[in-house]
Design a protein around this ligand. Structure first.
Ligand code: IMP
Length: 521
């Protein structure tokens, strides 16, 4: 499906050996449920290789940390390459754009006297409205809860496909904005009226955006103040005017003229609305196909994809099946509990830890506590929401599926997190233990062994993992810079994964810093 890439490697820096010399468009895609550590690769590739960095999926539900001086900022919409003034940063047509968030992120950059004129926003990307934020919360208050980040992304895509969505270009056209907004708000108000007013009031209190300006709480018929929204959105239009462009044409020209394009994936393959654990997914296709389309390119324009996976564990934020989750339902409940953050968890489980000086001991080997320990050591708390991420063992059936969709060149990240783990479990397959179900022309019955995951929630929730247990390496690997110097125990697991999932590990990440990376030699 992807353009054939030659095997000639990029000349020059040995740490770019894995990149084919002919590659002009490269996609960095998560193979799990997001948060795989894509940012580090995007950062390196932006610095050393790319001319253009482009996002094409998701919205402010994603989050990456950008360090400006000593301060850390979590950015949600502006691509990670923004600190490189020489490189164009593109928010493509497939991104759900909340103009308030873009303006806030631009303000942070401007307040630090940093350049912003290299940001381009697709004129045809769809707009998140204040009402989308409320709809997200209302949907999450009912039985269809998926653990959304509540950034209005899902409802924005819904309106896109219902053909009533507003686009970025509408920010510059008062009449069109007014007309389309009116239609949207009428429909949204109609949806909201099916909910109890107390529920809406509650949500309004949570949602700072709706205090005052956009909401008329005492008016039973008009829920949103369309005048206020039009004024505010036109103001955003004026602030963003210089960035709005036909980015589809820009990207087409960039491919034609041989520029180096880095496609920055958001979320991960297992959250893709098409290939993920449906219905517990996000609302865009976060694979190479969706990403290419979301920046106005064809998947044939993508020369190479680097799939990113955590090793040898995984994480998931929000609801949905997670067969290898450490602590199973107990962990899912704990991570979903309102108000649980890193500090709360530290107070609740002060003695659970994993560190080089304090290896996981026997009290920690209960799966749930192992999950807490790994979460703490890997800092697995959401960048966007602060929620604890659910943690589970590395799952080969899910990787086999993801690699099939995305490609077989992968990077393994977070390896140092398990430095003090005496045993490492890899899920090699599942035993199906649910009701008979047809999947295409084959029937799943109780006891069926599954090696490549069928990524549907109502199948995965009945899958019991089979594990192979490996000894851990129990040493600090953060200073190692060459694959041959890595502990034998660790390399055994990497080889096992490569042969079992038919993937090639191009890069190994042994710490958060850029230099803590081992490339193909
Ligand atoms: P939404 O896209 O915010 O509606 O969330 C849908 C699902 O995707 C929820 O389970 C979220 O936790 C998950 N999700 C969305 N964005 C991210 C992300 O950037 N990292 C990890 N999970 C995400």
């Amino acid at each position: 499906m992807l353009k054939n890439s030659t095997t000639t490697k990029t000349k020059g820096a040995s740490d770019m050996n894995w990149l084919n010399e002919s590659t002009r468009t490269l996609a960095v895609i998560g193979l799990h449920f997001g948060d795989e550590g894509k940012g580090k690769f995007v950062d390196k590739l932006t610095t050393d290789w790319a001319d253009i960095v482009a996002r094409g999926t998701g919205g402010a539900n994603a989050g990456h940390t950008i360090c400006i001086g000593d301060e850390k900022h979590v950015f949600h919409l502006i691509p990670s390459g923004i600190l490189h003034p020489g490189k164009l940063n593109v928010i493509g047509n497939g991104v759900a754009v909340d103009p308030r968030v873009v303006v806030e992120e631009l303000d942070i950059l401007k307040s630090k006297n940093l350049a912003t004129d290299h940001l381009r926003i697709a004129y045809n990307a769809h707009l998140v409205l204040p009402s989308h934020l409320v709809i997200d919360r209302l949907r999450e208050s009912g039985s269809g809860k998926v653990g959304s980040t509540l950034r209005g992304v899902g409802p924005t895509y819904v309106d896109h496909y219902r053909r009533i969505g507003l686009q970025v270009r509408d920010l510059r056209n008062k009449d069109a904005l007014w007309k389309k907004l009116k239609l949207n708000l009428e429909e949204h108000a109609c949806f909201m009226r099916s909910f109890d007013r107390e529920v809406i009031r509650d949500i309004m209190e949570h949602e700072h955006l709706l205090e005052g300006a956009y909401f008329r709480p005492n008016d039973l018929n008009v829920v949103f103040d369309s005048d206020a929204i039009v004024e505010q959105y036109l103001a955003y239009g004026r602030l963003l005017a210089q960035h709005i462009e036909d980015t589809d044409a820009l990207m087409y020209q960039a491919v034609k003229s041989g520029q180096r394009i880095l496609l920055e994936g958001a979320q991960g393959t297992l959250l893709s609305e098409r290939y993920g654990t449906y219905p517990y997914v996000t609302a865009s296709d976060c694979t190479t196909t969706g990403l290419a389309q979301g920046v106005g390119l064809s998947v044939r324009d993508v020369d190479q994809t680097l799939g990113i996976a955590k090793a040898f564990y995984m994480s998931r934020v929000g609801g949905g099946p997670f067969p290898t989750e450490m602590g199973g339902e107990k962990s899912e409940r704990w991570c979903a509990k309102e108000g649980v953050t890193r500090d709360v968890e530290l107070r609740e489980y002060p003695s659970v830890s994993i560190s080089k000086t304090n290896p996981i001991d026997s009290t920690t080997t209960e799966d749930f506590f192992m999950g807490v320990a790994i979460r703490r050591h890997g800092n697995e708390y959401g960048a966007t929401t602060g929620r604890p991420r659910r943690v589970g063992w590395f799952d080969l059936p899910l990787l086999r599926h993801a690699a099939h969709v995305v490609g077989r060149d992968i990077a393994l990240t977070m390896l140092d997190v398990l430095d003090a783990c005496p045993e490492i479990k890899i899920c090699t397959g599942y035993i199906y233990a649910g009701p008979d179900q047809w999947v295409g022309n084959r029937q799943l019955t109780d006891g069926h062994v599954i090696s490549c995951a069928v990524p549907m929630a109502d199948i995965l929730e009945h899958c019991e993992p089979l594990y192979k247990v490996f000894p851990g390496w129990m040493s600090d690997i953060t200073g190692i810079r060459s694959r041959k110097d890595l502990p034998r125990e660790l390399l055994n697991i990497v080889s096992f994964i490569e042969s079992e999932a038919r993937v090639t590990t191009r890069v190994l990440s042994v710490g958060p810093d850029r230099e803590q990376t081992i490339f193909d030699e």
